[in-house]
Ligand binder design. Structure first.
Ligand code: BEZ
Ligand code: FE
Length: 296
């Protein structure tokens, strides 16, 4: 839609308002809060002026935010979802995780992490009752000089093959999540599930927005990691499955090429790394070597 050019007088009025609002933050004692509020004011006003926002559109936006507030509770966070689908979560990840040597890249945290996931030994199984194809995951945790990081804490969590995390079920099951500790050589391994695609929660206002703009709620198949070690930057990331058609259209823009791994499919009956008997089931395996950047 084209907008009518505005007169010089109108431009002056609009610009004067911006300066008045910016100046209203001049006495903010916290310098960072002042910087953020003044910059936010300039950018929001620029947006309203650029699209010549109508009052009806502004009311629609307020109704949207009201709906987002109403659907948000302890288990559902619609505002984070909004930030995710606008790419703001990923932009914040980018700004705060500057590339450092060959440190593993970070990606979006997502809403499904839970503190106090059970501890498993190396070689243990995170799946619990979660259904899906077994997947053997192994790798190392090192610093950017290549030194192993024994004792690194590795949190892992993922959806089951029906596309749900344990916390999305109404019972109190704990499944598809655990934490483990890298061994004396900085190595780790566990059984999980081969990641499968799933939609982000799309029964609320964010889902309606995606519908209106013909965007899919689907996330590319992934397995979440959060890895920490003393004096190292904590890494929040996922690994993705090579060949997944959703890699180019992830609804929250989380995919990074360096995080796409081969999940090699293994025939039923082929020997497993730890001698586990999977009977007639197929399984997959992948290797994820993790490099942690030094703490800033
Ligand atoms: C997730 O990967 O778990 C996720 C990320 C962003 C929004 C919804 C889900
Ligand atoms: Fe996820």
């Amino acid at each position: 839609m084209t907008t009518t050019p505005v007169s010089d007088r109108q431009t002056q009025r609009e610009e004067a308002l911006i300066e008045t609002v910016v100046a209203s933050f001049d006495n903010t004692p916290d310098a960072r809060l002042k910087e953020v509020m003044q910059s936010l004011t300039r950018h929001l006003h620029a947006f309203v002026r650029e699209v010549r926002l109508t009052e009806a559109e502004w009311n629609t936006a307020i109704a949207f935010l009201t709906d987002a507030g109403h659907i948000t509770d302890d288990r559902r966070q619609e505002f984070i979802l909004l930030s995710d689908v606008l790419g703001i979560s990923m932009q914040t990840v980018a700004v705060n995780n500057e590339a450092h040597g060959d440190a593993t890249e970070a990606t979006v945290f997502g809403p499904f992490f839970v503190d106090d996931a059970p501890l498993i030994a190396n070689g243990g199984d995170i799946a619990g009752s979660a259904p899906g194809q077994p997947c053997w995951v192994e790798g190392s945790v090192r610093d950017t000089e290549g030194n192993p990081l024994p004792g690194a804490r590795i949190e892992v969590w993922e959806a089951d093959e029906d596309g749900f995390y344990d916390v999305q079920y109404s019972d109190d099951r704990v499944a598809g999540r655990a934490h483990l500790v890298a061994d004396d050589e900085g190595e780790y391994c566990f059984w999980g599930l081969t990641p499968t695609p799933y939609p982000i929660p799309n029964d609320g206002p964010v889902g309606k927005l995606l519908d209106a703009v013909h965007r899919s709620p689907m996330r590319a198949s992934h397995l979440h990691f959060m890895v920490s070690s003393p004096a190292k930057r904590t890494l929040v990331t996922h690994i993705f499955v090579a060949g997944d058609p959703l890699l180019t259209s992830d609804s929250v823009f989380g995919v990074k090429e360096s995080l796409v791994l081969d999940f090699a499919e293994q025939a039923a009956g082929s020997p497993t790394p730890d001698g586990r008997d999977l009977g007639s089931r197929t399984w997959s395996r992948t290797t994820f070597d993790i490099v942690l950047a030094p703490e800033a």
